[in-house]
Ligand binder design. Structure first.
Ligand SMILES: Nc1ncnc2c1ncn2[C@@H]1O[C@H](COP(=O)(O)OP(=O)(O)OP(=O)(O)O)[C@@H](O)[C@H]1O
Ligand SMILES: [Mg+2]
Length: 311
């Protein structure tokens, strides 16, 4: 386990418990870790107390990023914000069941140690389906799924037919999320606000990109997710990983004599717009988030009402 910021640095916040943001998608390489990093840094920069959990015990991308950031922080000329970070260790026993039990215990401890002392917990998940990954999904207050502009990515949500206007069957990852929602509702009547974020969008608008947007908009009422414009494909979203920085950090002070490049400005705007679109709770007991979810569910019931009237 790696812990960077000192837990005792923080006072007990006014929220009853942390808002859990899970970044998940069973499809590999869609940008889960990239979004986990940028959402975490944006929340830290907005002054929130943030804890992070890396459930990807194999790749540990989020952990590697914060290790890099911590080492940069030691000599940086400005304040470098760090979350309270947990990296789950991988069970090394020959017995799968023992490994699952160990990993579950470590995850439960990680959640218990942060849920009352932090305003947000950001959990990065692996692409593989596992008990722990499913459990994390059912704990989400907000589930963020990055999706690239490709029908291969869309196919994990709803099966894509050659006639793309046809409704496809619910596919394996969407099924996993719907199951997590059912479980969550049974346990505490909690609602998972599921946000599909387009990632690595090409800067030149293509017909493919438009078709993907239409497909996601069609699927959204049935699967009950909110489709969002997310991040374009930009070098700045990947080039700063080795030094643990992001476009939100004042890197221009170090390298460009105080000027902000066009790419950095656009990247910042995209991250800020993305975090705003998540409609996360403000400090006053999560009411804003609750209201946003009510608006969303009302919009869905209106959609179905209009559909019935049109039939
Ligand atoms: N918006 C973006 N612009 C440019 N590069 C990006 C963007 N988002 C992600 N990438 C790059 O795409 C690759 C995959 O991203 P990332 O590792 O975040 O995905 P992941 O879903 O966490 O992958 P895995 O399933 O393996 O955990 C990385 O090389 C990352 O730097
Ligand atoms: Mg990852």
């Amino acid at each position: 386990m790696a812990v960077f910021a000192d837990e005792s640095d923080f006072e007990v916040p006014d929220l009853r418990s942390a808002h859990v943001i899970v970044i998940g998608n069973e499809k590999g390489g869609t940008g889960k870790s990239t979004l986990s990093i940028h959402i975490t840094i944006a929340l830290l920069k907005a002054g929130f107390r943030v804890a992070t959990i890396d459930l990807d015990t194999r790749q540990r991308t989020l952990t590697r990023f914060f290790e890099n950031r911590q080492s940069w922080a030691q000599t940086a000329p400005w304040e470098v914000e760090l979350p309270f970070h947990h990296a789950l260790d991988r069970g090394s026993s020959a017995n799968v069941h023992d490994n699952e039990t160990m990993e579950f215990g470590a995850f439960a401890d990680a959640i218990a140690s942060v849920e009352h002392a932090y305003e947000f917990v950001v959990i990065d998940t692996p692409a593989s389906d596992s008990y722990l990954m499913r459990l994390a999904h059912s704990l989400a207050d907000t589930l963020v799924s990055p999706v690239n502009d490709s029908y291969i990515d869309v196919d994990v949500f709803s099966r894509v037919h050659h006639d793309r206007s046809r409704r496809g069957e619910i596919a394996h990852y969407a099924d996993l999320v719907l199951e997590a929602r059912r479980k969550r509702h049974l346990v505490d009547q909690g609602i998972i606000d599921w946000v599909l974020v387009r990632n690595r969008v090409a800067s030149i608008q293509s017909n493919n990109s438009k078709q993907i947007a239409i497909s996601l908009a069609r699927m959204s009422p049935e699967l009950q997710f909110r489709p969002m414009e997310g991040l374009h494909d930009r070098v700045i979203f990947r080039e700063l990983f080795p030094i643990g920085l992001t476009a939100l950090d004042p890197i221009e002070e170090a390298s460009r004599g105080g000027t902000l490049s066009q790419s950095q400005q656009s990247a910042r705007k995209e991250i800020e717009a993305l975090v705003a679109s998540l409609q996360l709770p403000e400090r006053n007991a999560g009411m804003a988030h609750l209201q946003a979810r009510h608006v969303w569910f009302e919009r869905i019931s209106n959609f179905y009402r209009n559909l019935r009237e049109d039939m």
